[in-house]
Design a binder for this molecule. Sequence first.
Ligand SMILES: [Zn+2]
Length: 237
Amino acid sequence: MERDRLIWELQGLAQEEHALTNESNIKSMVDELRNLQESIKRAEEEVGNLLGSITASEKEARELEKQVNTITNQVKNGKEKLYGTKGASLKELLSIQQSVLKMDEDIVKSEGLYLDKLTEIEAQKDRHSQTREIVRSLKKDYNDKLKIYKERVRQIDLELAAIRIKQEEVKERLEPAALRIYQDTQKRFKMNPVALMKSNSCTGCNIEIPMVLARQIKEGKILYRCDNCGRILINSF
Ligand SMILES: [Zn+2]
């Protein structure tokens, strides 16, 4: 019967519409994009932090270098004094020698620190370029996935538009009274307001339909609602 087929088709279209607007694939795509955005943000922050560390380390390295030069000059002066001073007492010479030795040790220590700092800077620069590479690849991944997501959203919009056109066509072909009953029942059963009658039973709630009523439903003269669950009952095709 034409009316029953139209009502059944209307329910099918509502289900398709629901499936499209609630596509879990889209939700997981959005989640993935959001996670990627977070990762990019974190990696970019790390790049910034590493740059700050490199600048600080380079400043420290320059200071260490200056320190080495200062002490080297002091040693040079001390040695000149040690070998050039005439008439100094043994005690004075010993004292100068002591401080020259001490400064030599300081030079070795500061040079060691300076070299360690240079190694540290190299390591920081390596990490900086690795992290920049990570940012680059995360951004590529994000843009690729965004493209796929946008394409899917576009497809869904097209499919939804097609469904809505069909829905309007079906509604126009349906008797206004039947449409009203359908829409009214849909308020209670959003996704399945229509149940098929199979072997004289409502497939919505499985209750058996009295013979007389079942015959009338088969004849399709009036649109019945199941006494038990309230769904529109139509004979199975
Ligand atoms: Zn029922």
